[in-house]
Design a protein around this ligand. Sequence first.
Ligand code: ADE
Length: 425
Amino acid sequence: MAKEGISTQYDIKDINLAPQGKQRIEWADREMPVLRLIRERFEAEKPLAGVKIAACAHITTETANLARTIQAGGAEALLIASNPLSTQDDVAASLVADWGIPVMAIKGESTETYMRHVRAALESNPDIIIDDGSDVVATMLKEKKELADSIIGTTEETTTGIVRLKAMEKAGVMSFPAIAVNDAQTKHFFDNRYGTGQSTLDGIIRATNILLAGKNFVVVGYGWCGKGVAMRARGMGANVIVTEIDPIRAIEAVMDGFRVMPMNEAAKIGDFFVTVTGNRHVIDKEHFEIMKDGAIVANSGHFDLELNLEALREMSSEVATRRPFVEEYIGTNNKSVIVLGEGRLINLAAAEGHPASVMDMSFANQALSVEYLVKNKGKLDNTVHVLPKEVDQEIASLKLRAIGINIDTLTPEMIEYMASWETGT
Ligand code: ADE
């Protein structure tokens, strides 16, 4: 039976897709040993008993395994999509049919439906919000302020969401603690770099099936995600160009061996462009105007505002769909720009998001952050927190053990040396 407030309703594409979803969820689980260990402990200890959780996430096989973990801990969970294009409909069906977890998410849903699901999540009166991009938390502050004063707290998956949470903290509107999951090293070192690196190229290749070798591949932004995309594009034989606004990151890109130049130069020579900045209109009208005919543009940042598609639409006489997730914007001068995945996260729109092995650590952090919020209910400041360093190290140790890799430990002599100052030249 459902507890008061949690909806037993669901809004998914087709419940009959459940068998395929279950098979894929179980396949992903094989690559998620750390999360599985947490799930087994949660099953025994029930640390989340009676806690209502609204989780806004990309509805993928990996998220399904996080949901199973939270459920094993005794929580009652409701899932909604964190992006209109990222839902795997078979996974949504399986969560409902096989695990009895309500899901409100349909791949390709309109912005109105997306927001209806966000509001339904808030109407369930959760104790904890798991957020991915901070849309649920921001909507709560705007439309359901009373919940903000009574929830235990929230966890946030992304760089973008943490920027928003810190803006809320600065504006003095945060009346609950938040855990910045993305700031754990076992999250952003791996998920943002290796996850985004592989899945972004996977999305571009699945959408276009175009050879990358020998092409000019422009990576816009050299944060952890940009580093991953640049590294993997180079691995496919592309000539990688990086654009940046941060001088330190720009030097890093130079010393990593990439060409670095302003966007108005890169725009003229790029064959592929990928935005990963978290900022708005980083590819703008003036850049589209000087691109080569047939340049391919994609975004792998959280929101779909990195490309100024409104300007591109105004410059175009026709928009033609060439393949799924591939739209050609044909200009009045007969020159075209090709946009992938409507400018939404290409790795989740045209591929399956980050592979399970990196999401294992990201979602171990999510599960442990939820447990941390419950254990420390009423004790944390209403600010943005990071999980204790020992939790990060424990997740890394479990991952190493799971993949069969041993490392050294400090000897007593080393420990003594590191704590001393007397010994020098
Ligand atoms: N974000 C990026 N990849 C993801 C995945 N596979 N599942 C959930 N969230 C993601």
